[in-house]
Design a protein around this ligand. Structure first.
Ligand SMILES: Cc1cc2nc3c(=O)[nH]c(=O)nc-3n(C[C@H](O)[C@H](O)[C@H](O)COP(=O)(O)O)c2cc1C
Length: 210
């Protein structure tokens, strides 16, 4: 069943899943739709309203193939380490969906790489927090806006172990700019998305003190 009516804010916030298995690799994503999402992303907060953010939108097949290779290397390391873990802590559904995306990452029509100006390697945690938080809200806004338009996304970090190689492929000035993620973007197939299971609030909320 295709979702036809607009999502309510609650639906949008509770059903924006990491989509790996239900991406439509055959349907092109229009540049205007990506630009609408990016304009909404620009409304996000950033430290001192610095807006040190950049989004590299990759549609060229050859570059997606090169990035896909880096992503797959990271995925393989993750899978090998997860597979070495004993059951039942292993999330087989998650691993299967990672295997699926690893096999098809180069076919995803758009790869979006959110970036932020200024490397914080080796800086104090508060400096790093400020810099990363100057791109992550915008990137998440992009993903919510995409979901509202029938697109699926997933926050992924597998390629970051090869950030320098990705910078070379895309011409990103590595010395001055950090990549935060690689977000595969495609229209989705199949029925509506559902809220995921999460632990009770008591496992994470601390009123007035820890
Ligand atoms: C910091 C971060 C890094 C992530 N890295 C990856 C990744 O490299 N590959 C991947 O497939 N998913 C990655 N994810 C997606 C998570 O696995 C996903 O958000 C989580 O499993 C929840 O999935 P759900 O939205 O379906 O409930 C990452 C998420 C975050 C926030």
């Amino acid at each position: 069943m295709v979702e036809t009516r607009p999502l309510t804010p609650e639906e949008l916030l509770s059903t924006t899943r990491a989509v790996r298995r239900r991406l439509d690799f055959t349907r092109p994503v229009e540049r205007e739709v990506i630009e609408e999402c990016l304009r909404l992303a620009q409304q996000a907060p950033s430290g001192s309203n610095s807006q040190k953010w950049h989004f590299v939108v990759v549609t060229e097949a050859s570059r997606r193939a090169e990035l896909g290779e880096l992503w797959r290397r990271g995925a393989e390391r993750y899978l090998a380490s997860a597979e070495a873990n004993p059951l039942p802590s292993r999330d087989e559904r998650l691993l299967d969906s990672v295997r699926h995306l690893a096999a098809h990452i180069h076919e995803v029509p758009v790869h979006v790489i959110p970036c932020v100006n200024g490397r914080t390697d080796g800086e104090a945690a508060f400096v790093q927090a400020g810099r990363w938080a100057s791109i992550m809200p915008a990137a998440w806004s992009f993903m919510l806006a995409a979901r509202a338009r029938g697109l699926g996304t997933a926050w992924t970090s597998f390629h970051l172990a090869h950030e320098l190689d990705a910078a070379d492929i895309l011409g990103i000035p590595y010395e001055d700019v950090m990549q935060a993620a690689l977000i595969p973007v495609a229209y989705t197939v199949g029925g509506p998305f559902k809220p995921a299971r999460r632990n009770g609030l008591d496992t994470m909320v601390h009123w007035d003190s820890w």
